[in-house]
Design a protein around this ligand. Structure first.
Ligand code: NAP
Length: 335
C-alpha cells in the first residue's frame, strides 16, 4: 500500500514525488515506458531558474528523477493502463500489476496534436515529425515546413536550421502567438522564411514526403483566430517558396510545393482519456478546484494535463509541488 501513487514522470510528477517522498510518504511513480515527459524531447532550456547557462531537457529530467529517488520514491517504467478511483484504497493498473494507494496524483501531461490531413499519419517517421531534436539530423540539406505559430514552431524552426537547407514556418493566421523574443530569433535567421494565412490540406509523395498541397484561408472570416491576409502578399510568398498554383476560386488559392519534411508544432492534447470518472473540461484538461483537487476526494492533479494556459516546465513543476503538499495535508488529516 502506497501513501501516494503518482501517475506521470514529467516535471510535475517528479516534483510531486520529491515533495511527498521527502515528507516520508511511501511514494510510487508510474512513470511510463518513455519516462520523463516532453522535456526528454527538447534540447536547451534557457528559462528554467537555477541554470544560468541553460540545461538540456533530458539532463534536467535525470536530475529530477535522481532527486525523487534519493528521498525514497519508487519509480517504475511501466505504462499506466487504468485506475479504479471509485473505491478506496485507489487502484492503479499497469499491464503487469495492480498497485494500491491511499491517494493519487495525476500528472500525465499532454501529447502532440497532429494536423489530421490525408497523407500525414502514414508518413510519421517518413518525413512527418513533431520533434526537431529527435529527427532534425535526418534532414541535412533538405527543405522543411514547420507548421504552427507558437513558441514551439519558432523553436523547432530555429533548431532545424542547424541541419536543413531551408525552413518555412507555415501558420494559419497572419500574426504569431509566439513570444516576441522567439519571433525575432526566427525572423533574423537567414534560413527561415514564412508562409502565412494558409493550411496544409494534403501531404503527398511516394511513401515519404515529397510535396504538400496547401490552401489559402483568405475567404474565411477572421474567426477562430484566422485573420485575412492580402492576396498579393500570399502570391509573393507562394513564389518565394517555389509553389505551383493548382486552382484559384475567387480569393481562395490551392497550390503545391515541393518539400522534404514537415514538422508539426501546433500544440498538445492532454492525456486524460484513460481516467474514468474524473471531470475534464471541453478540451479534455482535468478540472481542478481548490488547490489541485479533482472531483474525486483523494485524487489530485498537476502539470500539463491540468494547465490550459502556461504549459511551461517550471509551472508544471510548481503545480507538482502544490499537489505534493496538498496530498501530504490530506493524508495527515486522515491519519
Ligand atoms: P501554442 O502556443 O498553443 O501554439 C500552437 C500554434 O499552433 C498556434 O499558433 C495555433 O494557431 C497553431 N494551431 C493549433 N491548431 C492548429 C491546427 N489544427 N492547424 C494549424 N495550426 C494550428 O503551442 P506551443 O507553441 O506548443 O507552445 C505551448 C506553450 O509552451 C506556450 O506557452 C509556449 O510559450 C511554451 N513554449 C515555450 C518555449 C520557449 O520559451 N523556449 C518553447 C516551446 C513552447 P493560432 O495561433 O491561430 O491559434
Amino acid at each position: 500500500m502506497y501513501d501516494v501513487i503518482i501517475i506521470g514522470s514529467g516535471p510535475a510528477g517528479f516534483t510531486a514525488a520529491i515533495y511527498t517522498s521527502r515528507a516520508n510518504l511511501k511514494t510510487l511513480v508510474i512513470g511510463g515506458e518513455r519516462w520523463g515527459g516532453q522535456l526528454m524531447l527538447t534540447t536547451m532550456l534557457e528559462n528554467f531558474p537555477g541554470f544560468p547557462d541553460g540545461i538540456e531537457g533530458p539532463e534536467l529530467m535525470m536530475r529530477m528523477r535522481r532527486q525523487a529517488e534519493k528521498f525514497g520514491a519508487e519509480i517504475i517504467e511501466k505504462n499506466f493502463v487504468k485506475g479504479d478511483f471509485r473505491r478506496t484504497p485507489f487502484l492503479a493498473h499497469t499491464d503487469e500489476k495492480v498497485y494500491e494507494g491511499k491517494s493519487v496524483i495525476i500528472a500525465t501531461g499532454a501529447d502532440q496534436k497532429w494536423l489530421g490531413v490525408p497523407g500525414e499519419q502514414e508518413r510519421i517517421g517518413r518525413g512527418v515529425s513533431s520533434c526537431a531534436p529527435c529527427d532534425g539530423m535526418f534532414f541535412r540539406n533538405k527543405n522543411i515546413i514547420v507548421v504552427g505559430g507558437g513558441d514551439s514552431a519558432m523553436e523547432e524552426a530555429i533548431m532545424l536550421t542547424k541541419y536543413a537547407k531551408h525552413v518555412v514556418v507555415m501558420h494559419r493566421r497572419d500574426s504569431f502567438r509566439a513570444s516576441f523574443v522567439m519571433q525575432e530569433k526566427a525572423k533574423s535567421n537567414p534560413k527561415i522564411s514564412f508562409l502565412l494565412g494558409c493550411q496544409i490540406i494534403e501531404i503527398l509523395g511516394d511513401q515519404k514526403v515529397e510535396r504538400v498541397m496547401l490552401r489559402s484561408l483568405l475567404r474565411q472570416k477572421a474567426t477562430e483566430g484566422q485573420a485575412r491576409i492580402k492576396n498579393k502578399e500570399l502570391r509573393e510568398m507562394i513564389d518565394l517558396n517555389k509553389g505551383e498554383i493548382i486552382s484559384e476560386d475567387g480569393e481562395e488559392i490551392v497550390w503545391e510545393m515541393p518539400i522534404d519534411g514537415i514538422f508539426v508544432a501546433i500544440g498538445r492534447v492532454p492525456n486524460s482519456k484513460v481516467f474514468e470518472g474524473i471531470t475534464v473540461d471541453s478540451q479534455g484538461y482535468i478540472a481542478a478546484n481548490n488547490h489541485m483537487k479533482t472531483n474525486i476526494d483523494g485524487v489530485f492533479v498537476a502539470g500539463d494535463v491540468y494547465d490550459t494556459h502556461y504549459d511551461q516546465a517550471i509551472t508544471a513543476a510548481g503545480f507538482g509541488c502544490a499537489a505534493g503538499l496538498e496530498v501530504s495535508a490530506w493524508l495527515e488529516k486522515r491519519a
